[in-house]
Design a protein around this ligand. Structure first.
Ligand code: MG
Length: 261
């Protein structure tokens, strides 16, 4: 396992990237309205990120063609923005964004990343969908409470899973939280289900780690499928899915949610 431990002199740049990601996500979420396309949202986010002198992390990452992931209704994560995908009243849309800030440290150029996601509603939705969004967001904060030096990744998984189980939501198992290194995704994997640790090693959380917690809960079952575009993940039973994410920097004394504005 290769986990990046950042030096304390890198913390300011990490916080800067997180704040830009938080603001970009907030702008995209506030822009959501019926009649617009998911492509429009991507353009709004990308333009703003570049205006800040930062880089949209996702664009080109493993070949992803956009700056924002836009996953509508039964789409879980990695939805590709599309001019033909028009949002309508009663939809929900999960927006996921990454922002990279490049700065030199110790003579080398580093990429510092903030990664954050939120599911928002387009107009009125049913009470069960509203509650799915609230509970998924709540589970993220339950996970964040365990995200501190001396605790373990499994503690986070237990806290997140508890909220899903209490409310009978499906938990996406194929994806989860992760560490962030200079090139984005890195170890450790942070599953939203604790059984994972029956057959994988647990990891102690240490100062200098930069971790993303990202619960994905479904109104139906756990199972998901990948669409033919090779990116979009959907629930197998076509039920709605929610996704919330923050990036957390672990320091000696506190944990900083870098993407919270
Ligand atoms: Mg992430």
């Amino acid at each position: 396992m290769s986990i990046t431990l950042f030096h304390k002199d890198q913390f300011e740049a990490i916080k800067k990237a997180g704040l830009l990601a938080g603001k970009a996500l907030d702008l995209a979420c506030r822009s959501v309205k019926a009649g617009m396309s998911t492509w429009d949202l991507d353009q709004i986010a990308e333009e703003w990120i570049r205006s800040q002198g930062a880089i949209p992390t996702f664009k080109g990452y493993s070949g992803f063609p956009a700056s924002l992931c836009t996953s509508v209704n039964q789409e879980v994560v990695h939805g590709i923005p599309n001019k033909k995908k028009i949002l309508k009243e009663g939809d929900i849309v999960s927006l996921d964004i990454g922002v990279t800030v490049k700065e030199k440290f110790d003579g080398t150029e580093w990429g510092y990343i903030g990664d954050t996601a939120r599911t928002v509603t387009v107009g009125e939705v049913s009470n069960s969908v509203k509650k799915l969004l609230e509970d998924t967001d709540l589970s993220l904060y339950e996970g964040i409470k365990c995200c501190k030096a001396g605790m373990t990744i499994k503690d986070i998984s237990i806290a997140v899973e508890k909220v899903a189980k209490k409310n009978n939501y499906g938990i996406v198992r194929m994806f989860g939280g992760h560490g962030i290194g200079p090139k984005y995704h890195s170890d450790p994997f942070i599953p939203n289900w604790a059984d994972y640790f029956s057959f994988n090693d647990n990891t102690e959380i240490k100062p200098g780690m930069l971790l993303c917690i990202e619960p994905m809960f479904n109104l139906g079952g756990d199972d998901v499928r990948k669409l033919k575009d090779d990116w979009t993940i959907v629930t197998a039973d076509h039920k709605m899915s929610a996704h919330f994410e923050h990036t957390i920097l672990i320091t000696e004394n506190e944990s900083i949610v870098t993407t919270k504005i």
